[in-house]
Design a protein around this ligand. Sequence first.
Ligand SMILES: [Zn+2]
Length: 360
Amino acid sequence: MDFSVELLRNLPWHAAHWHELQALRARHAHAILLHGPAGVGKKGLALDLAAAVLCEAPVEEGRACGRCAGCILTARRNHPDLRIVVPDRLAWLRPEDIDVDREEELPTRGTEEASGRPSGEISIDDVRALVALLDLTTHRGGYRVVVLTPAEAMTAEAANALLKMLEEPPPRTLFILTSDQLDEVLPTVISRCMLVRVGLPPQAVALPWLRAHGVEDAAQALAEVGGAPLLALPRTHLPAQVRRLLRAALASGARLDAVTVGAQLPRTVVVAEVICLFLRWAWDLLALRFGGSVRYHLNERDALVRLARQWSTASLLEWIDLLLRARASAEHSLNARLTVEALLLEYVRRLRADNLGVAT
Ligand SMILES: [Zn+2]
């Protein structure tokens, strides 16, 4: 199942596991294996932990701040001290595959094998490629993090190559593995890791989250999949026409009419998914402001370049902060269209204020 990665981040039922992970970090664990049933968000938790380790200004409970350079690089999963090792079928977790907005326009990538199906294995070459990372000093002076998922996808050779690294762990390096099928992971690899079990969440936490993500009969849907919330999600992301509407709105900059756009949105639009799109837009703007290039919204490059000149970095960071807070409370928003409209109004308000600043 494909997800937008942002959907998997900071899941509400991971709070207890987070404390356990912080305790392991305090003890300088160098390898952590998150295991438990499929559909509980272990990959997301692995990425949350990676982000926290690579954050340059962690906030309460050791969580990632979400706004430092380390966090921005991690969110795009192209932090130079982060490696994500996944089989091809999980290519959407890799940095080069995170462009959901381009999916509809691009032909199938060339990562598939002759069978026509993406490979389900992590090969020895995938693991050997880590040596280059581990041999160097870290780029940003902190930790190096390797997220490898799922551990059972490693071939025997790959598992043995990894085992060598785990037996003589490089300094300031954290390996984070996940597994749905612990009995298929090499026992010697398991014995080198600190194990954290991520079980099924309580319904009281899972159901509101599912409702916030557009699942109508959440209790029934959750029951049908045995209690694993991510398996109960609808498989669709934002419909293409909604994405186009929102991108065009953002691209229109200070001329954007937030109320009209809000009225054009479907009543059932999923706020969390809209915020994902807005965050990517903001990250593109931020990248341009720091001399980088557009990553997510290539078709709107011209508009982004123009807008990046109009926004101040401080004001842009404030909007990102607003988006992150809105995402945290997305499941409580009573009216999806009004919530999106309010976020767009803030976008326009800040953009206009910055423009005035430029003019005077
Ligand atoms: Zn940070």
